[in-house]
Design a protein around this ligand. Structure first.
Ligand SMILES: NC(=O)c1ccc[n+]([C@@H]2O[C@H](COP(=O)([O-])OP(=O)(O)OC[C@H]3O[C@@H](n4cnc5c(N)ncnc54)[C@H](OP(=O)(O)O)[C@@H]3O)[C@@H](O)[C@H]2O)c1
Length: 233
C-alpha cells in the first residue's frame, strides 16, 4: 500500500483519546467504568469514531467496560455511515465469549500473540502479531493492508502506555472532567512500566487546550516527531 507520492505506508495515522478526571483517573476504584465525558465531549468522540477506519482497545477494557465500540450515529448530524472495524489487543485470548465486541455487529479483529491458544468465532479475524504481547510495530502495517488509514486508540491505561512509549502515534487528546476521583486503586491515564528518572519519561508537546462543555480538552503531539506513516522507523 502506498500514499499519493508512492511511498510505502507502514502505519495508519494513530490518534489516542481518553477521558479523565482532573486528577488523571480514567475509571473509578478498582477500574470500574465511569462515564467521564459530558454531552459535548461524547459528541466529539462519536465524530472522531465516525472518521476513522478502526477503533482499538485493550482486553482489560473489554473485560471491565464491555464497550460496543460502535458509532452512536444518533449523536451526530446526518445519516448513519458504516461502523469502523473494532480491534481488541488480546495477547492470550482473554476476551469473554459474551463480550459485545464479539457480537458480529461490526467487522472485528482480535490481535493476539503466540501465547494465544483460544479459538474465536468464525466471524472474528485473528492476527498473531508478537511472541508474548501484541507488538504494535507489527500490528500497524497489517492494519494498513486492511485499509485502515486512520486508527483511534481509546485505551485503557496499559495500551496507552505501550503506544506512547513506542512513539508510534500522531496525536493524543485527553478530556479532563472537572471532578476528582482520587484513591489508590483508580487507574490513571497511563499504566505500564515505572519511570525511575525524568530523563526516561516520554515527552509530549502540548498544542492545544480548549474548554469543552464543563471540562477541558488537551491535545498533545509526540515531542519527538514519530516517523510519519510513509517512512520506515
Ligand atoms: N476513561 C476512558 O477514556 C477509558 C477508556 C478505556 C478504558 N478505560 C478504563 O481503563 C481500564 C482498563 O485498562 P487496563 O489498563 O486495565 O487494560 P487495557 O489497556 O484495556 O488492556 C491491557 C491488556 O492488553 C493486553 N496487551 C497485549 N499486548 C499489549 C501491549 N503491547 N501493551 C499493553 N497491553 C497489551 C494485556 O493483556 P494480555 O497480556 O492478557 O493480552 C494487557 O493486560 C478500565 O478501568 C476502563 O474503565 C477508560
Amino acid at each position: 500500500v502506498s500514499d499519493e507520492s508512492g511511498r510505502a505506508v507502514r502505519r495508519p495515522e494513530v490518534w489516542l483519546n481518553c477521558a479523565a478526571s482532573m486528577d488523571g483517573r480514567i475509571a473509578l476504584a478498582g477500574g470500574r467504568r465511569a462515564q467521564l465525558s459530558g454531552t459535548e465531549d461524547l459528541r466529539r468522540v462519536q465524530a472522531l469514531r465516525a472518521r476513522v477506519e478502526a477503533i482499538l482497545v485493550g482486553v482489560g477494557t473489554v473485560i471491565l467496560d464491555d464497550p460496543s465500540l460502535r458509532v452512536h450515529w444518533e449523536l451526530l448530524p446526518g445519516s448513519p455511515g458504516t461502523n469502523p472495524r473494532r480491534i481488541v489487543v488480546d495477547a492470550s485470548g482473554r476476551t469473554p465469549p459474551a463480550a459485545r465486541v464479539l457480537d458480529g455487529s461490526a467487522p472485528t479483529l482480535v490481535a493476539t500473540s503466540e501465547r494465544c491458544t483460544r479459538r474465536f468465532p468464525e466471524h472474528i479475524e485473528t492476527l498473531v502479531v508478537g511472541q508474548h504481547r501484541v507488538e504494535f510495530e507489527q500490528l500497524w502495517p497489517r492494519l494498513v493492508e486492511r485499509g485502515v488509514r486512520r486508527l483511534l486508540v481509546e485505551g485503557g491505561a496499559e495500551v496507552l502506555a505501550s503506544v506512547v512509549r513506542s512513539g508510534l502515534f500522531d496525536r493524543f487528546t485527553i478530556y479532563y472532567a472537572p471532578l476528582v476521583i482520587g484513591g489508590k486503586s483508580a487507574p490513571t491515564v497511563i499504566a505500564g512500566d515505572d519511570t525511575d528518572a525524568l530523563a526516561n519519561a516520554p515527552r509530549l508537546r502540548l498544542v492545544g487546550i480548549e474548554r469543552i462543555g464543563e471540562g477541558s480538552l488537551a491535545t498533545y503531539l509526540p515531542a519527538e516527531p514519530s516517523p510519519p506513516p510513509g517512512e520506515p522507523r
